[in-house]
Write a protein that binds this ligand. Structure first.
Ligand SMILES: [Zn+2]
Length: 173
């Protein structure tokens, strides 16, 4: 009997923690050190690519420039992918996933809790960015799709990072 109460209470506590994290507000930092509004294309999200639509934004910077975590969060994946090259995936507030690709170096590990703006790697051109100038490909994924997203075709599981970046730079002015 006592055991059951403890288990129930523990589950409730976990649920509350998950909900709190889901609804926690998230501070946003532009994920490339020293970048500006000129470092990315305003129409980068959803832009046509060979056989698909671009699911993020490309932020151009010199190879080796520090890549910063755009939010607080937990590193849930790091590895090498054929398209993304060296990549990191961070689970952030609101259960959004933050995908950082084409990295030159990865300077964090799976299970690390990141603070907003913490350095996690450097800009590079690994993966399918081999023949393009160094840039960070940055995508925000969402577990709960946006069916109302008008740019939907294949993008409903993604959030456009451009408005967030613009807002960040507007605030700096
Ligand atoms: Zn890209």
């Amino acid at each position: 009997m006592k055991k059951r109460i403890i288990i129930t209470l523990s589950l409730l506590l976990i649920l509350v923690a998950i909900l709190a994290y889901y609804y926690s507000s998230w501070e946003f930092t532009a994920p490339v050190k020293g970048c500006s509004m000129n470092s990315y294309d305003q129409n980068g999200f959803g832009a046509p690519r060979a056989g698909h639509k671009h699911k993020g934004v490309d932020i151009f910077a010199k190879a080796g420039t520090p890549v910063l975590s755009a939010t607080k969060g937990l590193v849930i994946y790091k590895g090498v992918l054929s398209l993304g090259g060296n990549v990191i995936v961070v689970l952030g507030p609101g259960f959004k996933t933050h995908y950082y690709a084409h990295l030159k170096t990865i300077d964090t590990k799976i299970g690390s809790w990141l603070s907003n703006g913490q350095e996690i790697g450097t800009v590079g051109n690994t993966g399918n960015a081999k023949y393009t100038p160094a840039h960070l490909h940055y995508s925000i994924g969402t577990i709960f799709p946006k069916w109302y997203n008008d740019k939907m075709n294949g993008l409903s599981f993604y959030t456009d990072p451009v408005p967030l970046l613009n807002k960040y730079f507007e605030k700096l002015k």
